[in-house]
Design a protein around this ligand. Structure first.
Ligand SMILES: C[S@@+](CC[C@H](N)C(=O)[O-])C[C@H]1O[C@@H](n2cnc3c(N)ncnc32)[C@H](O)[C@@H]1O
Length: 289
């Protein structure tokens, strides 16, 4: 048991998600290890940790639910401020994180003013797509970050809002559900002021094959192609990193050593060229298989 009976009895129905019964609480307090998708969650957290600046760093975690990301990030050495709009979630998160140092949890609407000081980094894990005004959330995060600060998001992509499961949640709990594909996040992040927005394959979506045989190796290459296709072509989920840099305008010349100087525009063009070559290779590969 992660929580006392007394604490459990004090939990009341204050969440807009309705009353939490014991089974739901137990699930939320044991997340991610009691979930059938535990491997996915832990891989996500590992990938996110690799993308965040190293601890110790101040980290703002938004839409934390019962606080599992906040808990394991604080245990890793981050100074975490975790926010959620639902009082019942913050109560659970406090139970979940009892005894963990460097963690502050607050009931807070990420669409209202956020004033918890300046942060080195921020995380929105599976929560931005619940916002009614996601542009406001991203602006709030931007304002809360120090210069050079990083925001990492892990959100569902294109098609999420139409899934039957999603529609049931909307119907049953009245929550907002949206598609949050990379192109939308990128536009909103740039509008919020972020100067760089990067997209990463979500490695938890990468299906592993046994590569000890020729067949397995071919299958594995096929899975790389699938990951490319679901991420870049179908617009499904990915991990997004936005960086706040105010002093460097995005299209000035940057010096790469004493003699070489390229513009960021040219770098982008090279990136495009590389991607289109890679894309053609994958299409050729798919046609062959
Ligand atoms: C799908 S849950 C994800 C929770 C957590 N990140 C996790 O992985 O378990 C989305 C969370 O976002 C929170 N949320 C929704 N709207 C919010 C808002 N306006 N401000 C802050 N949190 C919000 C919900 O209360 C919920 O806990």
């Amino acid at each position: 048991m992660f929580w006392s009976q007394e604490a459990r009895e004090k939990l009341v129905d204050e969440s807009r998600f309705g009353r939490l019964d014991a089974e739901v609480e137990a699930y939320l307090l044991g997340k991610p290890f009691n979930d059938a998708r535990r491997g996915w969650y832990v891989m996500d957290l590992g990938q996110i940790m690799n993308l965040l600046p190293n601890p110790p760093a101040r980290l703002l975690d938004l839409g934390i639910g019962s606080g599992w990301t906040s808990k394991y990030l604080a245990l890793s050495g981050y100074h975490v401020v975790g926010l959620d709009i639902a009082e019942s979630m913050i109560k659970l998160a406090k139970i979940n994180c009892a005894g963990v140092k460097n963690i502050d949890l607050h009931i807070c609407d990420y669409e209202s003013d956020i004033d918890f000081g300046q942060f080195d980094c921020a995380l929105i894990y599976d929560a931005l797509h619940h916002a009614t005004d996601e542009a406001r959330v991203l602006k709030n995060v931007y304002n809360s970050l120090k210069e050079g600060g990083k925001l990492v998001t892990a959100e569902p992509g294109r098609g999420h809002a139409e899934y039957k499961d999603t529609q049931e949640v909307v119907h049953d709990f009245g929550v907002t559900e949206k598609d949050m594909e990379f192109s939308l996040q990128k536009r909103l992040m740039q509008e919020a002021g972020f100067s760089e927005v990067h997209q990463y394959y979500r490695l938890s979506e990468f299906v592993l094959a046994d590569v000890s045989s020729e067949h397995g190796r071919t299958t594995q290459i096929n899975q790389f192609a699938n990951l490319y296709a679901i991420t870049r072509e179908a617009g499904f989920t990915s991990i997004v990193v936005a960086i706040k840099k105010i002093s460097q305008p995005s299209h000035t010349s940057v010096s790469l050593g004493t003699k070489t100087s390229v513009t960021l525009g040219k770098k982008k063009w090279l990136e495009w060229l590389f991607n289109s070559v890679a894309r053609r290779k994958i299409l050729v590969f798919r046609r062959k298989t």
